[in-house]
Design a protein around this ligand. Structure first.
Ligand code: NDP
Length: 444
């Protein structure tokens, strides 16, 4: 049995009931097969892949909090510190009822390669809780965040592990967590990113993932003789990534005709009105039915359906495994020529393979959505310098980073004879730097 297959089998046997983690490991190791085979003897002797797929450490803790009626609730908190070969652990905190150790490990594992691809000195980590912020009062959110940070603060720090936002963790939650960290540790330091501008946040962080996704997509299309100008784009999600992806796509001349949330989706034939979407989602925190009610050109549908709308470019920006094989077939049949992942692992493996086999340009999330973490790293730099850079300065650094990421993965794919396979290219380019650092640092 090959070394890659052996390690995949071990991961499945040692981590039962973590299907998302198995999926992420399989996806990464499969595309690294050529690199591993070229160095198999040495990697095996050094147990390199075993060290890569086992987190350096993982924390699981109780998070008790009291609701507005005096009822006590207990959630589970997680922080997985996956790999610190190239810098302090960095990765978001997800607050969603679906969160479990397997999901945090899949996200933390992917984060290693994504962070490496940015070219910035950040290792891989991820955390979160099965707490559901939906429908909670501000006071309940604060009670949860303070309790969560009371435990988490023992394991993180500006030079060790710097969490950020993710699904369910926005500016409000980061603020409450930062306040509690400062209060307990007595340190005013850049321990979290995604902070408000008045206390150490970076301009462009809010827009970064969505804008970055479009900078990379734009470069990928240009290098393949296509353009966003005049293209019809389907976006899923209606959260942070989806909103700013829509905004930048429109600025680059595309027409975005869809968005969605966990209950339904919108088809707006005149193009999504971003200001209205922001009002509904960021200000009112309401459902998409409110968008449809305020916009005559929009149709609202219950359930899932964004990928049935004919488009040139598809940008899944909601959550994992939201674009499956059936969706991929529909996209191809409708003439779509590019898919770029704004969310983490939104496309199933079968769907990814189908898209690639059918000549669709496919940019994987670990490259395409790296703009968020890259700008988080820029926030860390500003905090260390105790300076704030202008919007234009951060935005232009973000754009350079995304364009470089595309060329790095394009080059890596070409070097291994897989031209145009950006999934393999992203994994290889991210992996090479981490392996180089791991080898230099010995068996740790
Ligand atoms: P948000 O919480 O702001 O938005 C998530 C959106 O996806 C919401 O519209 C939500 O709907 C929808 N959604 C969530 N779960 C489902 C589901 N099961 N089915 C359909 N829709 C769903 O999160 P973000 O925009 O920040 O993150 C989106 C994705 O991008 C995630 O995979 C995240 O890990 C990834 N990402 C985010 C980064 C960032 O900087 N924000 C950086 C890199 C990756 P509803 O409102 O109903 O919950």
């Amino acid at each position: 049995m090959s070394y890659v297959d052996q390690v995949i089998e071990e991961v499945i046997a040692k981590n039962p009931a973590e299907p998302e983690f198995h999926q992420a490991v399989r996806e990464v190791l499969e595309s690294l097969r050529v690199v591993v085979e070229a160095n198999e003897e040495q990697y095996k002797k050094d147990a390199l892949l075993e060290r890569l797929v086992n987190p350096e450490r993982q924390f699981k803790f109780r998070v008790p909090w009291v609701d507005d009626n005096g009822q006590v609730h207990v959630n589970t908190g997680y922080r997985v510190q996956f790999n610190s070969a190239i810098g302090p652990y960095k990765g978001g905190l997800r607050l969603h009822p679906s969160v479990n150790l397997g999901i945090i490990k899949f996200l933390g594992f992917e984060q290693i390669f994504k962070n490496s691809l940015t070219g910035l000195p950040i290792g891989g980590g991820k955390g979160g809780s099965d707490f559901d912020p939906k429908g909670k009062s501000d006071r309940e959110i604060m009670a949860f965040c303070q309790s969560f940070m009371t435990e988490l603060c023992k394991y993180i720090g500006a030079d060790t592990d710097v969490p950020a936002g993710d699904i369910g963790t926005g500016a409000r939650e980061i603020g409450y967590m930062f306040g509690q960290y400062k209060r307990i540790r007595g340190l005013y330091e850049g321990v979290l990113t995604g902070k408000g501008l008045s206390y150490g946040g970076s301009l462009v962080r809010t827009e970064a993932t969505g804008y970055g996704l479009l900078y990379l997509t734009d470069e990928m299309l240009k290098c393949n003789g296509k353009s966003l100008e005049g293209a019809t784009v389907a976006v899923s999600g209606a959260g942070n990534v989806a909103i700013y992806a829509t905004e930048k796509a429109q600025q680059l001349g595309a027409k975005v005709v869809t968005c969605s949330d966990s209950t339904g989706w919108i088809y707006d034939k005149d193009g999504i009105d971003v200001a209205l979407l922001k009002e509904v989602k960021e200000v009112k925190r309401a459902r998409l039915t409110e968008y449809a009610a305020a916009r005559p050109s929009a149709e609202y549908h219950e359930g899932k359906g964004v990928w049935t709308i004919p488009c040139d470019v598809a940008l899944p920006c909601a959550t994992q495994n939201e674009l499956d094989l059936e969706d991929a077939k529909t996209l191809v049949a409708n003439g779509c020529f590019a898919v770029a992942e704004g969310a983490n692992m939104p496309t199933t493996m079968e769907a990814t393979e189908y898209l690639q086999e059918n000549g669709i340009l496919f940019a994987p999330g670990k490259a395409a959505n790296a703009g968020g973490v890259a700008t988080s790293a820029l926030e860390m730099s500003q905090n260390s310098e105790r300076l704030s850079w202008s919007f234009e300065e951060v935005d232009s650094k973000l754009k350079n980073i995304m364009v470089n990421i595309f060329h790095n993965l394009d080059d890596a794919a070409k070097r291994y004879g897989m031209e145009g396979n950006y999934v393999a290219g992203a994994n290889i380019a991210g992996f090479e730097k981490v392996v180089d650092a791991m080898n230099a640092q010995g068996i740790v």
